[in-house]
Design a protein around this ligand. Structure first.
Ligand code: ATP
Ligand code: MG
Length: 148
């Protein structure tokens, strides 16, 4: 079954924006309409976990940018925040279950969200990458092959 990714992500973001009230601003950009054979449940886990992290690790009033693109048979989903960031030395282990970065311990969490995201991405034959600077912000990029 083909999933209309732009509509799907747009609706999920609207819900999360509603839950976050005025405390965060989530922007969504998707230049092309993307249809792909991507499992709805897996996609929901990926986007909702990455977005809830972006919200949780950003100060109130923060902006979060979500971008969805399709290039060369690949879907690219990018979630960018200007929150607490992740120390360089903690970035390699982030996708292991229960792992939490040293600067996140004062904020509640179990450390399983990203390991679930990683498994969902793997099930789709995709990849996930993180770019982050402590005290500046974090960007997670998910790439998924388009199978039609
Ligand atoms: P939960 O299981 O409730 O999601 P969690 O958010 O601590 O708990 P993960 O989502 O797996 O766990 O994230 C792992 C760790 O990665 C976090 O504890 C935090 O240190 C770091 N992290 C993830 N996303 C961000 C982000 N957007 N900004 C800063 N740190 C982040
Ligand atoms: Mg989390």
């Amino acid at each position: 079954i083909q999933l209309n990714l732009k509509d799907f992500c747009g609706e999920l973001i609207e819900q999360l924006q509603f839950n976050a009230r005025e405390q965060y601003l989530i922007t969504f950009n998707s230049p092309n309409n993307i249809n792909a054979c991507i499992d709805e449940t897996l996609m929901r886990y990926i986007l909702s976990n990455l977005l809830s992290n972006a919200i949780k690790y950003s100060p109130q009033g923060g902006t979060i940018n979500v971008e969805l693109n399709c290039k060369d048979e690949t879907v690219i989903l990018r979630i960018q925040d200007w929150g607490i960031g992740i120390p360089q030395e903690n970035q390699a282990q982030l996708f292991q279950p229960f792992y939490r970065a040293s600067n996140a311990r004062k904020i509640q969490g179990t450390g399983v969200g990203l390991s679930i995201v990683k498994q969902c991405v793997d099930l789709h034959g995709g990849q996930i990458a993180v770019e982050s600077e402590l005290g500046v912000g974090t960007t997670f990029t998910v790439t998924l092959p388009v199978v039609n």
